[in-house]
Ligand binder design. Structure first.
Ligand code: FAD
Ligand code: MLT
Ligand code: ZN
Length: 476
């Protein structure tokens, strides 16, 4: 450790105390690798401040020492954005001690929480007040609100409630020079110029450290109906959304799809799961309706919609979940896909959006191009089809060598991204860019977009110390 960095670490100890510093190699390890083990870094220290004031002082000291800071929440991100580089000179700033629910206002229907509060704890705090915080992700037991804001997280309820961007009314942010930007207001209307909070949403820690947020709450859901549906293919999925929406309107809360290949991995690797339908189907949908009325006849509505779709040969079989255990079992099949891919060796993750109507043509084109590029590649496609968002993940062909598959990674990803671009889509729907995709945007975004993004980065962080290496491509 150089003298400057050693002095900085000693200074940070003065700010957060020994309990707020992690220097032991074993204890640091969990902060230096991501959930999938795809990224590994090193750090001078992991610092865990306990308040906004401490975060601000940590940032001031790092700025004075010219040391870069990598913010981290629950470390569940899928693009490597929360992992430092391998120099050992960067500081990991963990927000997990900022975990107070500061306020819940039933009249305004808002909750004010600190960045390190785990998503599930926010859902529970809202539920305890008879309200709903709707963001819902497979990682909700460990991801934090700060990470959700910084990645503009999506998940399974976007169709009805929007992404984190839509759910946020105000933010408190420590700027790269250590000043605190007080944007922590719960106003539903505020047209006093530029909406600065939007710049921090989805900025992945490159413009500042989010320390707290005011989030929107909604009336609690009192009735749900959930169906697991066998489909002949992606066109049927898109058509079925239309049929259900026509009857159920915005009671349609979730519409998730997965290919047979995705389900097979879950059936092979998750415990206590079973295929809910008698035979195999090429694709599946998990459809959920919800209502705030206690006695809303949602099962009936869903059965009517599925009956109509069955007659039009969009649906090949279906089961409507009865009772919370069966519904949870259906959701476990969907939520289990990410984890079920891990035992199959290296996987390539792609999180793309295309216009919803293009999904069938996009799937046909991309599947064909992938099979042509690597015969037998396993395409694990699933996702939030109601948002046009597919996770087009790939696993190696059965029996193939791990390293041989890894060596084809960039080429196979190109196939998926070129196909996405040919439909006017985006190469990151909800996971962000992190380190994984930051160079790729140079090929898939308008140069003017990137020029404006660089201008904002320069304005907020002229010294380039906020999560360098994430989001913005390496300068040409
Ligand atoms: P981290 O991983 O710690 O950080 C993510 C990024 O945010 C990093 O760039 C980090 O530097 C930055 N950051 C973190 N906290 C702050 C802060 N306070 N201020 C500034 N920057 C900060 N994502 C979805 O969108 N939809 C899904 O459906 C979904 N499902 C998932 C399922 C599984 C099983 C897993 C493992 C992940 C899933 N994710 C999903 C991805 C991930 O959970 C989200 O991106 C989540 O929002 C990350 O939160 P985190 O607290 O773990 O952030
Ligand atoms: C999901 O929707 O399950 C995640 O966003 C996707 C993933 O883990 O690849
Ligand atoms: Zn997702």
């Amino acid at each position: 450790m150089s003298a400057t960095v050693a002095d900085l670490v000693a200074g940070l100890r003065e700010v957060v105390g020994s309990a707020g510093l992690v220097t032991d190699a074993d204890q640091m390890a969990g902060y230096l690798t991501d959930w999938r083990g795809a990224y590994r870094g090193a750090a001078a220290v992991v610092v865990r401040p306990g308040s906004t004031e401490e975060v601000a002082e940590v940032i001031r000291r790092c700025a004075a020492a010219g040391v870069a800071v990598v913010p981290q929440g629950g470390n569940t991100g899928l693009c490597g954005g929360s992992i430092p580089d391998t120099s050992g000179r960067q500081v990991v700033l963990s927000l997990t001690r900022l975990r107070r629910v500061r306020d819940l206002d039933p009249a305004d229907q808002t909750i004010t929480v600190e960045a390190g509060v785990v998503l599930r704890a926010v859902q529970e705090a809202a539920a305890a007040a008879g309200l709903l915080f709707p963001l819902s992700l497979g990682s909700e037991g460990s991801c934090t609100i700060g990470g959700n804001l910084a990645t503009n997280a999506g998940g399974t309820a976007v169709l009805r409630y929007g992404t984190m961007r839509d759910l946020t009314l105000g933010l408190e942010v420590v700027l790269p020079d250590g000043r605190v930007w007080h944007g922590l207001r719960g106003l539903r209307k505020d047209n006093t110029g530029y909406d600065l909070k939007q710049l921090f949403l989805g900025s992945e820690g490159t413009l500042g450290i989010v320390t707290a947020a005011v989030l929107k709450l909604f009336p609690a859901v009192r009735t749900r109906a959930t169906a697991w549906v066998g489909l002949p293919g992606p066109q049927a999925a898109v058509d079925l959304i239309g049929v259900v929406r026509e009857l159920a309107g915005d009671r349609l809360t979730a519409f998730e799809v997965m290919s047979r290949q995705s389900l097979e991995l879950v059936l092979a690797h998750a415990s206590g799961v079973r295929d809910p339908l008698a035979g195999p189907h090429p694709w599946y949908a998990l459809v959920e309706l919800s209502d705030t009325l206690p006695m809303a006849p949602l099962d009936e509505v869903l059965e009517t919609a599925l009956g109509a779709a069955f007659e039009r040969e969009m649906v090949t079989d279906a089961v409507v979940g009865s009772g919370s255990a069966q519904v949870a079992a259906l959701w476990a099949l969907r939520e289990g896909i990410s984890e079920a891919q891990e035992p199959e060796g290296p996987s390539l993750k792609h999180d793309v959006t295309v216009p919803i109507g293009s999904i069938p043509a996009f799937v046909a084109q991309t599947d064909g191009a992938l099979e042509a590029a690597l015969a037998g590649v396993r395409i694990v496609s699933y996702g939030h089809v109601g948002d046009g968002n597919l996770h087009y993940n790939l696993s190696k062909p059965v029996g193939a060598d791990d390293d041989a598959f890894r060596s084809r990674g960039a080429e196979l990803s190109r196939v998926v991204y070129d196909s996405t671009a040919s439909f006017g889509g985006s190469i990151s729907a909800e996971h962000g860019l992190g380190r994984a995709k930051r160079d790729l945007i140079a090929d898939y975004k308008d140069p003017l977009d990137i020029e404006l993004m660089r201008g904002l980065k320069q304005l907020f962080d002229p010294a380039g110390l906020m999560n360098p290496g994430a989001v913005l491509p390496e300068p040409p």
